[in-house]
Structures are given as structure tokens and as C-alpha cells.
Design a protein around this ligand. Structure first.
Ligand code: GLU
Length: 422
């Protein structure tokens, strides 16, 4: 699974480069600018020692990669994973760059990671490693330079330690704008935890309006029960849609009358899986993807929709909450078959959008209520969706290429305005 993820992410770099090249070609980007935007600006790799609980000293590798800071400071998460490496972090920084641009945020892409297995470490060991990593990357991060956030196996706790460590390097200055995804008490934002699904939900509403249909009364199948998939199930259910299928690593369930995510939550908490939920039938991952439904939400792994099953997909709309669930070939098949796709860099950009709101609130030291966060997120997602859908209609390309064209055009225009230093 970890290996699969790793390979998938490297494939994501190829896919991101492929779509960048396609978009750059159609936008007739000048060669020099194309080279500038194709590669990250800065790649920092560090090796640092951490004292483990038993007294021995272990060395860890950490990374932080930043894309060209054309639109604003770098933005992107920090992940802790045994397979994290320089290439993977670079791939994810590139994806962040296009995600921030398509979402209309004043940021460039960045990403960080430490190669480690946090599941095999104590809390104190993770804290020492986090603080040392923060100290190592502190020369290149900052509220105006590069603003980290949580990612795989990092959360509020790690963000608080990083904030504290870097503050100590700045004479104790309280600098909440340094990092997002923080605990509320330290300047976090309401709605950050559900933001990815919420953003995907708003984009879904917009897509359905364009398709002249409604979410209410429609059927939805959700692949994956992580934070994004799980919250999405609640949002679409509350909006009157029927969640007819979901799955997790142990298997999938189906009920044509709809599954109640609230009762399902109780069941999952009790038995550790959605499998066995009252009134549901079992189904495989492949069966879930091929279900007749209005909306299919891949919210799990990459490379799920390929040329092998793309002709068998019976959904009308695909909302990619996962990163890279659709291969290039499948993308074109969906487009030719008239299936609308909301591509990952657009569909899951709600997380970084609320990170942006958090950073704005930190700068003002004035915090919004949940309603305001939601309202603004809806506005950002709706506008981003419509920019991409209009580009797709105008240039007759699929939604992913259209998203890249919108993203690349915005960065390229800003780069031209700034010109070259010296
Ligand atoms: N890690 C998330 C992402 O990859 C969020 C990044 C952020 O909030 O800056 O989109």
C-alpha cells in the first residue's frame, strides 16, 4: 500500500508535467517561461539527529521544496511517511502550485516531508523530530515566504510544535501566520478540518447546476472513508442526496435506498469498518466504481479510474477528492463519453483555501465564525469551478486540461508582469 502510494505520487509528477506541457502549448507560453515554471525554485534536503527514548541517536532525512514564488509565498503541507523522498516532495510541491493557482489564492506551491515511521515512534520522539526539522527548515519558511500546513500523519499537534520552535528562533515573537492547520487557540480557523470535503461539495453543486440537474434526490457513490470521503458523505446526505455505496480498506457496502452516514458512523466506530452495516449488501471496489449513480466520488487512492474501466463507469459526474485517481487515458474517455469530471487540483482545493482564510485571520488577529468561513469557501469554490468549466467549454478540452490552463495562465501572467531579476 505504501509502495503503491509512492509509485502513484511519482506518476502524479509525470501527469502534472504532462498537463503542464499541454496547457503551456495551448497557451503558447514562451520557452524561457515554460522552463521556469516546469521546475521548482528551491529544494532543501536536510539530515538531522534526534535522540530516541532509549538514548540512542537516530538520523532523519527531511525536505522542503518551493516552486517559483510568482503569486505569493509558498504554501503546502508537511508529511511524515516512511516512503517520503525528495522526488515525491517535489511532485507534491508542483501539484500544490497548480492547486493554489486554480483556486485563485495568492500563493505558490511548496511541500515538505520527513522520512520516518511516526506509527513506530513515541509522542516525545515525534516532538523532538518535529522541533529539529522545524529548526532545520526555519531559514526558508516564514509568514511571507513559505507557510507549511498538515499533510499525511501530521496535524494540529505538529503545527503547534513547529510554531513554537520557530517563534523561539525569532526572540519569542508570536507568529501564527507562519503555519496553518493549527489548534484554534493558537490562531487556527473554524472549518479547516472539514474544508476539503466542503469545498468538493460546493464544486459538486456548481457542476450539477451546469448539468441542469440537482444534487437533491440524486445518487452518490463514495470510494474511501478517510477525512474527505467521510465528510463528503455527510454533506451530500444533508443536502438530500442518497449515498448508495461507500467502502473502506475492509470492503464496500451498497443500499439502493441510501445509507444513513450518521448511523453508519456509529457502526464504523463499533466494528472498525463500514462492512456489515444493517440493511446493506456487500460490494467490491470495482463494483462500487462501476455502479449506476449520478455522482462518483473517488476519495481514496490514485489510479483507480483507468483505460481498463473507464468505458464501464456509469456515473454522470466524477468528483476527485483523492489526488490522481484518474489516469490521462481515462480522462479523455470520460470527456468523449460526456461524463463531467471535477479534477483533483480543483475538487480538493478546499483544504488549502481554508488554510488561506486561516492565514488572513491570523494577520488581522480577528477570527471569523463558521458561517463566514463556509460562505467564503463557497464563493471561492464556485468561482474556481466556473473559471475552469468556462475554459473547458471555450477551448473544447477536458476539465483537467482546462484547470491546468487556468492555473498556468495565471502564474505565467504574473511572471511576465514581474519580469526577470537582473
Ligand atoms: N496538505 C493539504 C494539501 O495538500 C493542505 C495544504 C495547505 O493547507 O497548505 O492540499
Amino acid at each position: 500500500m505504501a509502495e503503491l502510494q509512492r509509485r502513484g505520487e511519482l506518476k502524479m509528477l509525470q501527469t502534472a508535467r504532462y498537463f503542464f506541457d499541454q496547457a503551456a502549448g495551448r497557451l503558447r507560453l514562451e520557452e524561457g517561461l515554460r522552463e521556469l515554471l516546469r521546475y521548482p525554485k528551491r529544494k532543501l534536503a536536510v539530515t538531522f539527529p534526534v535522540q530516541m527514548d532509549d538514548g540512542h541517536v537516530k538520523h532523519f532525512e527531511g525536505f522542503r521544496v518551493q516552486c517559483h514564488s510568482v503569486l505569493g509565498p509558498g504554501k503546502g503541507g508537511i508529511r511524515y511517511h516512511p516512503d517520503t523522498n525528495a522526488e515525491e516532495v517535489e511532485a507534491l510541491a508542483v501539484l500544490m502550485n497548480w492547486k493554489c493557482s486554480v483556486a485563485g489564492l495568492p500563493y505558490s506551491g511548496a511541500k515538505g516531508g520527513v522520512r520516518c515511521n511516526p506509527k513506530a515512534m513515541s509522542e516525545r520522539e515525534i516532538e523532538r523530530m518535529t522541533r529539529r526539522y522545524a529548526a532545520e527548515i526555519s531559514p526558508i519558511i516564514g509568514p511571507e515566504v513559505d507557510i507549511p500546513a498538515p499533510d499525511v500523519y501530521t496535524g494540529e499537534r505538529e503545527m503547534a510544535w513547529i510554531l513554537d520552535t520557530v517563534s523561539m528562533h525569532h526572540n519569542g515573537e508570536f507568529m501564527p501566520g507562519l503555519i496553518t492547520g493549527k489548534p484554534l487557540l493558537l490562531g487556527g480557523s473554524l472549518g479547516r478540518d472539514t474544508a476539503t470535503a466542503r469545498g468538493g461539495f460546493f464544486a459538486t453543486l456548481e457542476a450539477m447546476a451546469r448539468m441542469k440537474t440537482k444534487l437533491e434526490g440524486s445518487t452518490v457513490a463514495i470510494q474511501g472513508c478517510g477525512n474527505a470521503g467521510w465528510n463528503m458523505a455527510h454533506f451530500v446526505h444533508d443536502a438530500g442526496a442518497k449515498v448508495i455505496a461507500v467502502n473502506d480498506s475492509k470492503g464496500g457496502i451498497f443500499n439502493s435506498k441510501g445509507l444513513d452516514p450518521y448511523k453508519l458512523k456509529e457502526h464504523k466506530e463499533k466494528v472498525g469498518s463500514v462492512v456489515g452495516f444493517r440493511g446493506s449488501d456487500r460490494l467490491t471496489n470495482e463494483e462500487l466504481l462501476q455502479l449506476k449513480c449520478d455522482v462518483l466520488v473517488p476519495a481514496a487512492l490514485e489510479d483507480q479510474l483507468t483505460e481498463k474501466n473507464a468505458t464501464k463507469i456509469r456515473a454522470k459526474l466524477i468528483v476527485e477528492l483523492a489526488n490522481g485517481p484518474t489516469t490521462q487515458e481515462a480522462d479523455q474517455i470520460f470527456y468523449d463519453r460526456g461524463i463531467m469530471t471535477i479534477p483533483d487540483i480543483l475538487a480538493n482545493s478546499g483544504g488549502v483555501t481554508v488554510s488561506y482564510f486561516e492565514w488572513v485571520q491570523d494577520r488581522q488577529r480577528y477570527f471569523w465564525d463558521a458561517k463566514k468561513v463556509d460562505k467564503r469557501l463557497k464563493q471561492f469554490m464556485t468561482e474556481a469551478f466556473n473559471r475552469v468549466a468556462t475554459m473547458s467549454e471555450k477551448t473544447k478540452v477536458n476539465m483537467r486540461l482546462a484547470a491546468y490552463m487556468v492555473a498556468v495562465d495565471r502564474v505565467a501572467t504574473a511572471a511576465r508582469l514581474r519580469g526577470l531579476y537582473a
